[in-house]
Ligand binder design. Structure first.
Ligand SMILES: [Fe+2]
Length: 407
């Protein structure tokens, strides 16, 4: 910890008293919402309401639309809130974002217990505020206060929100009829955001920022390279990932960076290229029952990342090795739908990834972001074991094919 020096942080005496009484935590409660910027708002409305069964809970009121130069609609399922904006004027934040990136996440919002505490905590730790706090009261006595800070994720801001019975989604927003304050039912059982994963070309500045500014601690880390499984190839791909978390609230962030050799071929490098910088790669929604969810989403036209059949041939043996004997779901069903399994010692999770938006819509401006659907049965991990399992399965299947051909 740096002692008082010639370096001045803000106003001298106020600063030292702030240090003495610095709060011990940011006071996070959990995710509040995230803010997505798109070129085609109608397509997003169709995706969230008709496909994912989110309810349209709020939209920007006329004054806010005029002032901000952008139209925004808020979609909700359980506690998950996605605010989707599209620019109407070149001066808007959404237009600025889209001049620099394809569609993607412009800010992540978190609920805090007390905004003053959060501000004080961030101030002492060198957080960079983007503006003064926003404060608003409604006519029923509710209040909303928030502050935004810059992050090492390029143009992604973090927003901290203290809500006290505030009826609207945010100042300037009006309800669309489904009521933002309630928990909208979702036919898939989407209850909230499970985790958020970001990508960067080098993750140390991002991890250090989570630690030093937000006060988070390491939860887990892993690296995987296809070369670990198959040496001597002239192509390959790898990544390194660290998960940081806030133990008080359970908020978790995974951060990925590319791993050499073939650094430029890593899917993480490709994301950073396609996104024109660091950014949020995916958001995972937790569901109660992944099988009927995926079945219905497929019926509604959602395409998921394909899984090689060899993964399922190896799956019984892999589950045995992991000590998982209690998978309730039929493995044949998981295979039919392409759902992945990971975990250990009778704690498992089921996961599947949608194709990235640019692929789903066959349009590069739709961006490299994608959603994950996850069902947890005890396991708290992120399914990183699946990277290796998928690649090993394919390697084994290809080798078996080659051996058969040679006989
Ligand atoms: Fe994930």
């Amino acid at each position: 910890m740096k002692e008082e020096s010639n370096v001045s942080h803000g106003t001298g005496s106020a600063d030292s008293s702030a240090k003495q009484s610095a709060p011990s935590s940011l006071g996070l409660i959990g995710f509040d919402s995230f803010h997505f910027v798109v070129e085609n708002l109608e397509r997003s409305r169709h995706f969230y309401t008709d496909v994912l069964d989110f309810k349209e809970v709020a939209r920007a009121g006329n004054d806010l639309v005029t002032r901000s130069g952008q139209q925004s609609i808020v979609f909700g399922a359980g506690e998950a809130r996605v605010c989707v904006s599209t620019p109407l004027a070149q001066k808007s934040k959404a237009a600025r974002y889209l001049r620099r990136h394809p569609a993607g996440v412009m800010s992540l919002g978190f609920r805090v217990k007390n905004l003053d505490q959060a501000i004080q905590f961030l101030e002492v730790r060198g957080g960079t505020f983007l503006s003064d706090p926003i404060e608003e009261k409604d006519d029923r006595g509710g209040s909303y206060r928030s502050i935004e800070i810059a992050t090492p994720l390029g143009d992604v801001a973090f927003r901290f929100v203290e809500r006290n019975d505030f009826s609207a989604f945010a100042p300037g927003f009006v309800d669309s009829g489904h009521g933002n304050a309630v928990r909208p039912e979702n036919m898939f059982g989407i209850a909230g955001i499970d985790h958020v994963t970001s990508n960067g070309l080098t993750m140390q500045p991002i991890i250090a920022w989570y630690r030093d500014v937000l006060g988070m601690v390491p939860f887990w880390e892993i690296s995987f390279h296809t070369n670990d499984v198959a040496q001597g190839r002239d192509t390959g791909s790898g990544l390194r990932s660290i998960v940081m978390w806030d133990p008080g609230s359970g908020v978790k962030f995974a951060t990925n960076e590319p791993l050499r050799p073939f650094f430029r071929d890593s899917q993480i490098t490709k994301f950073v290229d396609d996104n024109a910088g660091n950014g949020v790669q995916h958001v995972a929604f937790a569901v109660d029952r992944i099988i009927p969810t995926v079945e219905e989403l497929k019926r509604r036209g959602v395409r998921f990342m394909a899984t090689h059949p060899a993964y399922y041939r190896d799956l019984p043996g892999r589950l045995e090795k992991l000590g998982i004997h209690n998978v309730k779901e039929e493995l044949a069903e998981l295979e039919r739908l392409g759902i992945l399994v990971d975990g250990s010692h009778d704690r498992y999770m089921l996961q599947i990834f949608m194709q990235e938006a640019a692929t789903l819509y066959d349009e590069s401006r739709a961006g490299p972001f994608f959603y994950e659907i996850i069902q947890r049965a005890g396991d708290k991990g992120f399914g990183f074991g699946n990277f290796r399992a998928l690649f090993e399965s394919i390697e084994r299947a290809q080798k078996a094919e080659a051996d058969k051909g040679g006989q």
